[in-house]
Design a protein around this ligand. Sequence first.
Ligand code: DAH
Length: 341
Amino acid sequence: MIEKINNLLKRVEEFKPNVTTEVEEFRIKILGKKGELTQLMDEFKTIAPELKRELGQKINELKNFTQNRINEMKEEVEAAKQGNESAIDDMTRPGSNDKLGSRHPISIVKNEIIEIFARLGYTVADGPEIEDDWHVFSALNFPPEHPARDMQDTFFVEKNPDILLRTHTSSIQVRTMETQKPPIRVICPGRVFRNEAISYRAHCIFHQIEGLYIDENVSFADMKQSILYFAKECFGDASKIRLRPSYFPFTEPSAEVDVSCNLCNGKGCNVCKGTGWLEIMGCGMVDPNVLEASGIDSKKYSGFAFGMGVERIAMLKFGVKDLRLYFENDVRFLQQFDSSL
Ligand code: DAH
């Protein structure tokens, strides 16, 4: 009989239920009217009186233990059901993962562009988003009333038309030239604001990266080679660039840069609209008026500048067709880009 008691004790100790019904079944099997423990108690009545004391104590212990254990099991299963997993101490169960956020595609591309230019010796410069007319327009050779000011639809502060939200990060070139002596090599990322109707290809807030290089004897060829290096690093080694003549008040000569379409390898597809080329930035040799306005001797120094939209580069790299997606903060969209996850 002692053996039966010990056996039963062992089974109660080892039993691990998954659902409440299993606990109840187990209870009936052991403590029910025809249960194993009930039968043992019946058997106990028939044993020799000299054994009764010792065995009676054992059976009582077993009964109490079994009852307590069954109550505990019920609580554990209930708690586990409500997500309180620590109540079942199964140390082999996989941990629950906390969801990590992912880097925003605009940050990913911005950082990549900064890193590419860092390899050419550029450092990052910063400036305010709320600017004055001087740094956004006048110092960049936009004369007052000049129609070029209409190229960028500006948000002005109502009470003071001299204060505005910067329409481009070219304002940071001015701030850099005012405070640093050449040689200057800076890359200026930042948010810019324009009064545009929001659509799949335009937004009133977007991001630009401006570059500025000023030293003695800086040439157009230096600019072209730096931009080619950037294009190859950013879009792949097979990339080619072409420069088309353009106009910006702050550069002379000015150009628009196209990169060969890496989707069709220049053959022409619907992304490059059959041309084989994608526009990626504006650039040019810094106009001597701009150098002089910021106190740099234009006889001694020359330089180039370029500016690109980060959303545009990210759209081309990731094949995103609607710019508004970058601002909607839908995690299903945002999670697709961060390769470090
Ligand atoms: N600031 C220009 C824009 O927002 C972009 C740009 C073009 C910047 C040519 C430059 C440049 O530095 O040289 O449209």
